[in-house]
Design a protein around this ligand. Structure first.
Ligand code: CS2
Length: 536
């Protein structure tokens, strides 16, 4: 067996005997229909998209509720098309890793085509012009939405896109705005842009980035005010909010070996030049949640029939605040930075570490005190599942190193909401675990572990800036009265924490003293953790 259309047709019996569920629809007809009437374009064709979103589309196609598949655009990393999508005919082998060690195996054929705008520049235009197009979705991570710095100055690649205009767009954001422009020119049909990333109010963030670029193109004369009115008209172009949740680790070499031992060839994961970890299969947990604001001016697939919660704006905001700002992602970041420092390679192993386990339970409680029940998914049930089933799942090969990627982009949403919640009640002095995790992140940036051995830091767009700012502070060498002005400058930077933390004297003093403690030398994190959690 090999993951391609020929094999799943010719060796269907073998696949089924191996326990793999195959697509229950005509793949050629799906591709044909997608060419004639595309409905769904997606930017960011990585693992969570292929498995979670691809799985939703697969279910709807199998039920006869969607006739077109998804057109997946690799605006950022086209190497994945060449190395994974093409050899596998865009199929995905989904490996759901259950708590009891068994696997749920499925092949999805819902990605009807893969688009590399670099080699096929007209394709985005064609897709945009199709009246049938209903939605453009995105899984491009938090940093994918960054178009400018705090002062409004465009980042390098975006600056180049501003000069190049719609026909020369190279970044994902500019390609999305270019699609809106082509759609406007072709009759201004409505469309919906759905961000599926863990950003705060992700739809608003996407809209702000789209408008930023569109305005710059208007200044340059590439687009006119009528186009601006189209993008700003909520009945024409909608940007609903969403909350997405499914832990999708990087593809694991051991799982590749197990699949190959079952007779499925060529499963090895690869890492692209742009650091995408990808394989013909995707390994993920089984729990999953997707909540989307129901605002689709050109219609939408019946997503609710594939388990998606379609709801109002307030409910999405509440579930996002609960998941990203309290019950899951802050815990993940705590396990990421502490786990890297303590030499862990697996999240589930960390949940067997008495102190780390206590830390994430306590962090969850700290956030929960200012988190409301959004009504759709109850925080108490949700966090219980996270702590008792999802994080400790020993069969899920998730790593602190994966989650430690881009921490600077994640900190504001993961901790900012709780800090602001405590601030609104005048209670920031009570915060204990969030300051500790922030201090641990800053300690992590020293690039040596808790045994003072060199440690590789995960990629982060602000890594160089942060490491440089903190370079004078070395673990084991920080004197008790050292001036922490460089640390204070980071704490005061609203880009990192969603507010100036030096405004809260007790909170920032706690971060400073935790940091000093963590910088004391060998084993400082371990003993600080014991101390912190002693009375809990
Ligand atoms: C993780 C998320 O990478 C990270 O920072 O916390 O990818 C996490 O696995 C998902 O949000 C789970 O839904």
């Amino acid at each position: 067996m090999e993951l391609n259309v020929k094999s799943i047709v010719a060796e269907a019996e073998q696949w089924k005997d191996a326990g793999v569920e195959l697509p229950a629809y005509d793949i050629a007809a799906l591709k044909e229909h997608t060419k004639e009437a595309p409905e769904w374009v997606h930017f960011g064709p990585g693992n969570i998209f292929r498995d979670f979103i691809g799985g939703i589309a697969d279910k709807l196609i199998a039920k006869g509720k969607m006739k077109s598949g998804i057109s997946a655009v690799a605006g950022y990393d086209a190497e994945i098309i060449e190395k994974i999508y093409e050899p596998c005919d865009n199929l995905t082998l989904s490996v759901g890793l259950k708590w009891d060690g068994t696997k749920e195996l499925r092949v999805f054929a819902s990605i009807a085509e893969a688009v590399d705008p670099g080699t096929d520049p007209d394709k985005l235009k064609k897709l945009a012009e199709a009246e049938s197009l209903k939605l453009i979705s995105f899984t491009i991570t938090e940093k994918g939405y960054v178009v400018a710095d705090e002062a409004g100055k465009p980042t390098g690649p975006v600056a180049a896109d501003i000069e190049a205009g719609p026909d020369g767009a190279a970044t994902t954001m500019a390609q999305a705005v270019a699609m809106l422009y082509y759609r406007f020119k072709a009759g201004a049909a409505p469309v919906t842009l759905v961000s599926l990333d863990n950003c705060s109010n992700n739809g608003d963030r996407l809209k702000a980035s789209v408008l930023y670029l569109a305005e710059k193109w208007q200044e340059k004369g590439f687009v006119d005010s009528a186009f601006m009115a189209y993008v700003r008209d909520g009945k024409k172009v909608a940007f609903p909010l969403s909350m997405i949740d499914r832990i999708t680790p990087r593809p694991d070499a051991k799982i590749a070996e197990e699949l190959e031992a079952m007779g499925i060839k060529n499963m090895s994961p690869i890492v692209t030049k742009k650091q995408t970890w990808i394989a013909p299969f995707v390994n993920a947990e089984l729990p999953r949640y997707l909540v989307i604001e129901d605002n689709f001016p050109n219609g939408r697939p019946p997503l609710e029939e594939a388990g998606v919660y379609m709801t109002d704006r307030e409910s999405v905001m509440g579930t996002e605040r609960m998941k990203v700002g309290c019950c899951l992602n802050p815990l993940h970041t705590a396990l990421a930075v502490c786990g890297c420092l303590l030499g862990y390679k697996k999240i589930s192993d960390e949940m067997n570490d008495e102190e780390l386990k206590k830390l994430v339970y306590a962090l969850g409680d700290e956030g929960m005190a200012v988190t409301e029940d959004p009504g759709i998914i109850h925080p108490a049930d949700f966090v219980r599942e996270v702590l008792k089933e999802r994080l400790p799942n020993p069969f899920l090969p998730d790593t602190p190193q994966r989650i430690a990627c881009d921490t600077s982009q994640k900190v504001p949403i993961r901790f900012g909401g709780t800090i602001n919640g405590y601030a609104a009640l005048g209670r920031t002095a009570e915060l204990k675990y969030i300051p500790f995790v922030i201090a641990a992140w800053l300690r992590y940036l020293a690039g040596v572990d808790d045994e003072l051995n060199p440690m590789e830091l995960s990629p982060d767009p602000r890594l160089d800036v942060l490491c440089k700012a903190l370079e004078a502070y070395r673990p084991g060498e920080l004197s008790a009265d050292a001036d922490l002005a460089a640390l204070d400058a980071i704490l005061a930077d609203e880009e990192y924490f969603a507010s100036d933390l030096t405004k809260y004297p007790e909170l920032s003093e706690k971060i400073r003293s935790d940091y000093r403690r963590l910088m004391q030398g060998k084993g400082a994190l371990r003993s600080a953790l014991k101390e912190l959690l002693k009375e809990d």
